[in-house]
Write a protein that binds this ligand. Structure first.
Ligand code: UN1
Length: 510
């Protein structure tokens, strides 16, 4: 791992912020030690940025915006193309560091870097397609159209579970849109952020760009809160818990800024009696235990038709104990550790609470100890028979707990259960019956931002808009037309006649 850290420019002690080309001087700030959930070892230390540091970054960012917004969008795309090329070169070490710092298995670490590369490619193409519409004016010899212009500084608050990909979704699009970014990564995973900043820095320098286009601030909730309240940051994109998102949304809303929120999910897979069970089981297991249940899109509820309930349950209960749990850098393992002790406590508490409510833990729920599990964050994924209305089932617990819920009758009954939670991120149905799948996707079907057929809840491609409804926050990032949120929209009407006709035919002669 030493070699990986060196390749990515991680120091023993790392500075609190970067303004694109330069890193802050070290000294005098609170130091945070970053331990790996993989083996409990100290990876490196970071200095924590203060509000004063944020002030410096905002000022540099404002100056950079004045230059960056003037560069034609396809030229900005060319910079992002180069970022994508660099990420390709560093895919392996960066994937390893994601795994080491966050704990997801190496395949998923690589997948995360691939998402960054993919969004770079997407953004390059998008940089030539920042289209506005042209309308027909009701007045003669008038032209009416709309333009999208850069918005300014975009604050990006990202979560530990996707320590770099979600930032890239935001930053690469914001970048081609002509915005400058201030990124506050999770305090739990600042080192992967530092590695990305180093990669960006070289591209910015090679192209002679000014200081302040892509900024990084390693800070705690106070810095995040300062970003949310600051009028100089017109858009704040935040990923994380609903609790955090409400605070960000309120602060940004109070100043009538824009927020893009991607918050908690409580995602369900419906397994109908017409499902291909083989596929349904594989997708469910990946969705429930992948990233150790710490994706926003993780499968948390399994809504199974009564005719196949016992079979699905038995198959899952026989698969779970065979899941290889251990060091996520070891490619034979499929389940790595949780992020930290708090996550382990939440996992245990959720299981004991749901048992009190009447849930039946069928398998899992232990914290592993002994050789290979020294960090103390390895757990056995759990399956619990439960009811949708249980308090714990209504909550998102960021851990590998899968609740089995039985339904009978039509697919509508399953959809009602699936929609019967506060969150609305991802959803899926497994069925080979076209009526069922169409009903699931129709207006009266799934109320989530993502609804899949014969595909699990997690692992979305970057090309679609990503996000969800209700307490998931309503934001959309990544593909489709998500770029629009990073721009301000302007309607233009131009008169090339010799008259001054008023709209709606109003007469006003002076
Ligand atoms: C998240 O957990 O915040 O769809 C993002 C997925 C990934 C992204 C998840 N592509 O599971």
């Amino acid at each position: 791992m030493k070699e990986v850290l060196k390749t990515l420019g991680i120091q023993d002690v790392n500075p609190a912020y970067a303004t694109g080309l330069e890193w802050a001087e070290l000294g005098g700030r609170e130091i945070r030690e970053i331990y790996s959930p993989v083996n409990g070892e100290l990876i490196a230390k970071v200095e924590m940025a203060t509000k004063k540091d944020l002030e410096t970054v905002i000022e540099v960012g404002q100056a950079a915006f004045k230059e960056w917004r003037k560069l034609p969008a396809p030229k900005r795309g060319e910079i992002i193309r180069q970022v994508g090329e660099e990420l390709r070169k560093y895919k392996d070490p960066l994937g390893k560091l994601v795994t080491y710092e966050m704990g997801k298995i190496y395949q998923e670490g690589l997948g995360e870097v691939q998402e960054m590369i993919d969004i770079c490619d997407f953004a390059v193409g998008q940089s030539r397609q920042l289209y506005g519409l042209q309308m027909h004016s009701e007045r003669p010899e008038h032209r009416m159209f709309e333009q999208y212009h850069p918005i300014g500084i975009v604050g990006i608050i990202s979560a530990f579970n996707f320590p770099v990909a979600v930032w890239a979704w935001n930053a690469m699009l914001a970048g081609i849109c002509g915005d400058v970014c201030i990124w506050k990564p999770s305090e739990k995973t600042p080192l992967t952020a530092i590695a990305c900043q180093n990669i960006l820095k070289d591209v910015l320098r090679k192209n002679g760009l000014p200081e302040g286009i892509f900024n990084l601030v390693i800070g705690d909730g106070e810095v995040g809160s300062a970003m949310s309240h600051d009028k100089r940051i017109p858009l704040v994109s935040a990923t994380g818990s609903t609790r955090m998102g409400k605070k960000v949304g309120e602060a940004v809303g109070a100043r009538l800024g824009k927020s893009l929120l991607e918050l908690g999910g409580n995602n369900a897979v419906i397994i109908s009696e017409h499902a291909d069970l083989e596929m349904a089981i594989r997708a469910t297991v990946f969705g429930a235990v992948g990233t150790c249940g710490q994706r926003c899109t993780s499968t948390r509820r399994l809504i199974i038709h009564e005719n196949v309930y016992e079979e699905v349950k038995n198959r899952l209960v026989s698969v779970y104990p065979k899941l290889p749990i251990g060091n996520p850098l070891d490619e034979s393992k499929l389940v790595g550790p949780l992020i930290d002790q708090d996550a382990v406590d939440n996992f245990k508490n959720a299981l004991s609470n749901v048992s009190e409510e009447g849930g039946n833990v069928l398998v899992g729920g232990e914290v592993l100890t002994g050789e290979g599990y020294e960090s103390g964050f390895y757990v056995t994924p759990a399956i619990v028979e439960a009811k949708n209305e249980y308090e714990m089932v209504q909550e998102e617990t960021f851990a590998p707990i899968l609740y089995l819920i039985k339904y009978s009758g039509d697919i509508e009954n399953a959809i009602e259960i699936q929609n019967g939670v506060k969150q609305g991120l991802s959803s899926a149905v497994f069925t080979l019956n076209v009526r069922e799948s169409e009903r699931f996707l129709a207006a009266a079907g799934s109320d989530c931002g993502i609804a899949n057929v014969n595909i699990g809840t997690s692992g979305a491609e970057i090309g679609g808009a990503f996000g969800g409804e209700k307490e998931t926050g309503g934001g959309r990032e990544s593909g489709s037309d998500a770029w629009k949120v990073y721009m301000r929209r302007q309607t233009n009407t131009l008169n090339y006649s010799t008259e001054l006709p008023l709209a709606q035919g109003i007469k006003f002669d002076i």
